[in-house]
Design a protein around this ligand. Structure first.
Ligand code: PLP
Length: 283
């Protein structure tokens, strides 16, 4: 057992000591896709949803990954089971197009995609600790619906956010809010939960999907329509969702106080989310 565990094409070991072939296309082109979720009691949360999205990303990227869901789940479970105890583990995995000499064109049919994963201890921020955001023009490409490894604009945005003492960056294209650098963003306004539609401008977040379903179950109407920066700033609550932080409220955007006007509905959603996470990760 190791504190942080690495996995590459069937090989498992301490993450810091793992080595991968230099010709893995993930290194040259970011030519691959990834997924991430938390596990509690060594049960990965919402694994079926993540596998659905993984196979969809692979299809859109035309990566001929041959492993079926049960095989992938079994491999990921080996990585989780090789980790030292922790109340929560973070599970990351990625599939690249494979190993081959650097060439912009896809490699030939003999090249198998690679599966890489790691597990590390994780702690979630308490849901009542609010996030602070900075806003930024969304300069990413139009493949945001695919969970590709190409994350440079998000890396730069999160660096700017950290430098500004913020937790996340919220992106907008012109006035239209898209999502955050590594989360989705939704608002509560006049009792309605509103979030951008799942087009090519945002990642279809699993947590976003769950939040919409939980709102429905709790009598909160939902609307999947774009909203503007002005609507964001005037929202009753702003909610940031991701697999690693679940569902966080926002107290400031660009140092301007926001939200705080619908704490009741916000708490209903956060409590429902936490209950779902606990229920579905109980052995
Ligand atoms: N949007 C982007 C750009 C992300 O990178 C992520 C997560 O990594 C999300 C949204 C949230 O997705 P999920 O809820 O599936 O973690």
């Amino acid at each position: 057992m190791w504190k942080t565990v690495g996995y590459y094409n069937g090989e498992i070991g301490p993450l810091e000591e793992m080595k991968i072939p230099m010709n893995d296309r993930a290194l040259y082109f970011g030519d691959g896709i990834y997924e991430a979720t938390c596990a509690a009691n060594r049960v990965p949360f919402a694994i079926e949803d993540h596998l659905d999205r993984m196979y969809n990303s692979l299809r859109l990227m035309e990566i001929p990954f041959q492993m079926d869901r049960e095989q992938v789940k079994a491999e990921l479970q080996k990585v989780i089971d090789a980790a030292e105890d922790s109340p929560i583990h973070f599970l990351y995995w990625q599939v690249s197009r494979g190993i081959g000499p650097r060439d912009h064109v896809f490699p030939g049919p003999g090249v198998e995609p690679t599966l890489m994963a790691y597990v590390k201890p994780h702690s979630m921020k308490p849901l009542d600790k609010p996030f602070r955001l900075i806003s930024m023009e969304d300069i990413r490409f139009k493949l945001c619906n695919i969970k590709t490894l190409n994350l440079i604009p998000s890396v730069l945005a999160n660096q700017r956010a950290a430098e500004a003492g913020c937790d996340e960056a919220v992106f907008h294209r012109g006035s239209r809010v898209t999502e955050c650098a590594h989360s989705n963003v939704s608002i509560l306004k006049d009792g309605v939960l509103r979030t951008a539609p799942t087009d090519e401008l945002i990642l279809p977040g699993i947590t976003r999907k769950h939040l919409l379903a939980l709102a429905g179950e709790n009598g909160i109407p939902t609307l999947e329509e774009p909203f503007s920066m002005v609507e964001l700033m005037n929202a009753d609550e702003i909610i940031v969702t991701s697999s690693s932080a679940l569902c966080m409220r926002v107290e400031a955007v660009d140092n301007i106080p926001v939200g705080g006007r619908d704490p009741g509905r916000l708490k209903v959603l956060q409590d429902a989310y936490l209950a779902k996470f606990r229920r579905e990760t109980t052995k």
